[in-house]
Write a protein that binds this ligand. Sequence first.
Ligand SMILES: Cc1cc2nc3c(=O)[nH]c(=O)nc-3n(C[C@H](O)[C@H](O)[C@H](O)COP(=O)(O)O)c2cc1C
Length: 241
Amino acid sequence: MPLNQRRIGRPMKSSSSANPKPTLLHIDSSARTARSHSRRLSNAFVDAWLAEVPDTRVIRRDVGINPPPAINEQWIASAFTAEAERSADMKAALSISDAYVDELVQSDIIVMGAPMYNYGMPAALKAWFDQVVRVNRTFNFDPSEDIWPLSPILAGKTLVILTSRGEFGFEPGGIRQDWNHLETHIRTLQHYLGVEDSHLIAVEYQEFGDTRHSDSVARADSELQALVNRLTAQIEVYQTA
Ligand SMILES: Cc1cc2nc3c(=O)[nH]c(=O)nc-3n(C[C@H](O)[C@H](O)[C@H](O)COP(=O)(O)O)c2cc1C
């Protein structure tokens, strides 16, 4: 079984020697660059990961700087046409989707910088999900299934969501728990990325810029290092198992 079909964090006995290098897909979606907290967190995560697992292959996809196109009628018609029957135009309409899905298929761990915009994910990140969650590539559709006709094709991936919010209280039990559409949306969609294990680290109070914000940044940094330590230790376990 290829590494990318295995769950990071679950020691496996099958031959990791066939493909010992993990692949990390690093996605950013903030429209900001140097001042972005979610970018700083995702870069810090990747750096800390590479310090532990230097032979990791990193695939970079920056949808904040290069937003994916919104899907359109041609895209939908093409996605629902059998591959062998697609015209050249149809294939072209799916070419960006194909590239993104190929990147996802190869990845073991997805590190996703995802700032909160209007209580949800940035439009550019939603556009990436729309390009990636695709019939016969990331999910199967079985109309004979009355209740759950969609089933994911991919499996065994780990997702790390690194977010930043201007306000606060979006955690379970927090005063804005019900407004946290970013986390609920991504955690619903992660199923179709083949994610079986996910983690979220957040910076909060960015709009206040006070000590609550600096404390939140420090807390996120220490949570991040702890998560890297935990996940990379599990990789070592399964690579030697
Ligand atoms: C267009 C836009 C919408 C935002 N909407 C929210 C929001 O709904 N809730 C919130 O807490 N912060 C909101 N913010 C603040 C951002 O979440 C905050 O600035 C965060 O740090 C952005 O991520 P970044 O630092 O990675 O760019 C918004 C910021 C922008 C630019």
